[in-house]
Each structure stands twice: as structure tokens, then as C-alpha cells.
Design a protein around this ligand. Structure first.
Ligand code: FAD
Length: 321
């Protein structure tokens, strides 16, 4: 391969993560402009197990690199990616803005002199190179970046932001790439510990009932937890409630929390700070309830009510019987 796009798929505990399909979807959108093939690399102890799933619509080839360790190791991924970039010479490399890729991608970009941007929310291809949009200054601004004079650019894309690629026929050819990795591991994987998530994953929830500082008393959190349950929703929150220790970090929506994309996002007493919007503005339908008609959340809401959230809670509880 010369030119084209290299997507670095991500797996965790034996499963391909959703972001992998979002990366392929984003690459597919600009494939014609970038030119060249769309190739997906998988660096995993058992890459063959995932190759067919990654052969989505628009994928020309899957590159399988066998990792010598069972768990993810940043040094191994870095060595493998550097070897792949050297041998395949892509114009564009897409990886996840994830805890895993942040452990190796910046080092790869620095070592290979690549153009580089993290937390990318939009990618286009203009005048022969990538142009991206990403949050800047703690998410208060959206910065547009290009990478003049760079032969290759590595971008980390924000999860749950790009539409995933559709499943393909699964018949893209798979090529084993032999990279000397046995001596690359400088760390030892002791085990995998799930974050304390009290059994919820707000990132995949269908309906989120999200509460903010408008809920002024910790004692009321439980009420909204049971209301969410009765509505078939999952409870999430803005950061101040998590900072106060009222809810675990796994429930936080936003720039320093989770990016969510539910079918319905019901925001109660949340002002709509840029850092909060960064995590939920792509929800399908946003319903905001706030006593302040000027609250910025109304700028992104599809439906809004200027009212006291406790009155709404009373009504919902009555309606649910
Ligand atoms: P407030 O801004 O205080 O808003 C409360 C709202 O409730 C107000 O609009 C008020 O009108 C309304 N209200 C009050 N009483 C009622 C009532 N009875 N009925 C209806 N409405 C009522 N924040 C996040 O949420 N997630 C993040 O990931 C995040 N990351 C950050 C990262 C950085 C680097 C920084 C600097 C900040 C971050 N923040 C984040 C914080 C963010 O800037 C805001 O401070 C926070 O989102 C505000 O939360 P809030 O909307 O609940 O509170």
C-alpha cells in the first residue's frame, strides 16, 4: 500500500470495541478524497478471530499483527504501529481517542514526525490533506487544524461521534504482518479490573435521565434514580454532582466524563456548559428542563420546558402511578 488510510482497530478483553467501526465509518466518508485503499490493522493476540468483523463496507484489506501478550500493552502497540506506518506508508492514520491509544499514539506521532491531533470531532480532506475540528481551551472553543507539509497524519477520533461503518460482506483479504514484538513489552499485564461502574454503562444507554446542580440536595438523588428506573431510563449527571460524591464517576456525562449518544437525553437542572455539551450534543433527541430561559442547554435541546424540575418529577411520578 502507498497512500490511503490506515485504521487502527481497538479490542478489549477479546471483543472489538465499537469505536473501531466508527473509525472505519469516518475513513469511509473521505476515502475517495484521500485516495488509495482503506486498510484496517488489528494488533491482538488472536487477530484472525476479529478479521471478518472488521471487513466492513469500504474496507480493502485487514492487516493482522499478532501481539505476544494477552492484554493490551502500549509499547507493543507503538512498535507495531510504527512498523505498519513504515511499511504501508499511509497518508492518514485513524485511531481512537481512548485510554489505550493515548498510551502509544502520541509517541508514535512524535517518533515518526507525523501530523497529529487528539479528540477529533470532524474530519475532512481539503487541498490534499486532512482538516480537523477538535475542542480547545477545555472545550470552550472548537479549533480547526490542518497539517501542512506532513506526509502522514495520525488522528485520534472521539468515540460515539462518527457514524459506524455498516457490516460488509466480510470478504476483504486478510494479510498477516510479521512485526518483531517479542522483546517490546516493557510492562507486565497483571489483570483487568473493571472500573467501579455500579453495573451501568451510560455510553450505551438508550434513554438517559440526567440531573445537574438544579437538584440541590443529595437526598433527592435517590428519588431521580427510582424515577429513571420506573421510566426505563438510566440515571446520569453533570460533573458537580459527581465531584460532590453524590454519584459515581461512571455516571458523569461530558468532556471529562463519558460521551453519550442515547435516543433520548432528558436534562433536568443542567445549565449546558460547553464541557457538558461536549458529551451529549449528539444525542438523538434532547429534552431540557430548566427554570432559567437563558440556560445554554436550550441552544442544543430539541424540546425544552422552562419549569421547576421537581414539578416535572411530581407529574412524571403521578403519570407512572
Ligand atoms: P450549573 O451550571 O450550576 O447549572 C444548574 C442549572 O440548574 C442552572 O441552569 C439553573 O437554572 C438550573 N436550576 C436550578 N434549580 C432548578 C430547578 N429547581 N428546576 C430546574 N432547573 C433548575 N461538566 C460536566 O457536566 N461534565 C464534564 O465532563 C465536565 N468536564 C469539565 C472539564 C473541565 C476542564 C472544566 C473546566 C469543567 C468541566 N465541567 C464538566 C464543568 C462545567 O464547566 C460546568 O461547571 C458543569 O457542567 C455545570 O453543571 P450543572 O449544569 O449541573 O450546574
Amino acid at each position: 500500500m502507498m497512500g490511503g488510510t490506515l485504521v487502527v482497530a481497538e479490542t478489549r478483553q477479546g471483543a472489538v470495541r465499537d469505536i473501531s467501526f466508527e473509525l472505519i465509518g469516518a475513513a469511509g466518508q473521505i476515502k475517495q478524497q484521500v485516495g488509495g485503499p482503506l486498510v484496517v490493522a488489528i494488533i491482538d493476540p488472536d487477530p484472525a478471530a476479529h478479521a471478518a468483523a472488521l471487513a466492513c463496507d469500504g474496507v480493502d484489506e485487514v492487516l493482522a499483527v499478532t501481539s505476544p501478550t494477552a492484554g493490551f500493552e502500549a509499547h507493543i502497540a507503538q512498535r507495531a504501529l510504527e512498523a505498519l506506518i513504515a511499511s504501508e506508508r499511509p497518508r492518514l492514520v485513524l485511531a481512537a481517542h481512548s485510554i489505550d491509544a493515548l498510551g502509544f499514539a502520541p509517541a508514535t506521532a512524535a517518533a515518526a514526525g507525523l501530523g497529529f491531533a487528539t479528540d477529533v470531532i470532524e474530519v475532512s480532506w481539503e487541498d490534499g490533506g486532512p482538516v480537523v475540528r477538535r475542542g480547545a481551551y477545555g472545550g470552550k472553543l472548537v479549533a480547526e487544524c490542518d497539517f501542512p507539509a506532513k506526509q502522514c497524519t495520525l488522528l485520534l477520533l472521539r468515540p460515539a461521534t462518527f457514524a459506524p461503518a455498516g457490516p460488509g460482506a466480510g470478504d476483504a483479504p486478510v494479510r498477516d504482518v510479521d512485526v518483531a514484538l517479542d522483546d517490546a513489552a516493557q510492562t507486565t499485564h497483571l489483570g483487568y479490573q473493571e472500573p467501579q461502574a455500579d453495573g451501568v454503562d451510560i455510553a450505551t444507554a438508550d434513554v438517559l435521565l440526567s440531573i445537574g446542580r438544579g437538584v440541590e440536595d443529595q437526598d433527592d438523588v435517590e428519588r431521580f434514580g427510582s424515577l429513571a428506573e420506573r421510566m426505563g431510563a438510566t440515571l446520569s449527571a453533570s460533573r458537580p454532582l459527581v465531584d460532590a460524591g453524590w454519584l459515581p464517576a461512571a455516571r458523569q456525562v461530558g468532556q471529562s466524563g463519558q460521551t453519550v449518544k442515547p435516543r433520548v437525553y432528558l436534562a433536568l437542572g443542567i445549565s449546558g456548559a460547553v464541557q457538558h455539551l461536549a458529551g451529549m450534543r449528539t444525542a438523538e433527541t434532547i429534552v431540557a428542563v430548566n427554570t432559567d430561559p437563558e440556560a445554554p442547554i436550550f441552544g442544543v435541546a430539541h424540546y425544552g420546558a422552562v419549569m421547576d424540575l421537581f414539578e416535572l418529577a411530581d407529574e412524571l411520578e403521578r403519570a407512572l402511578g
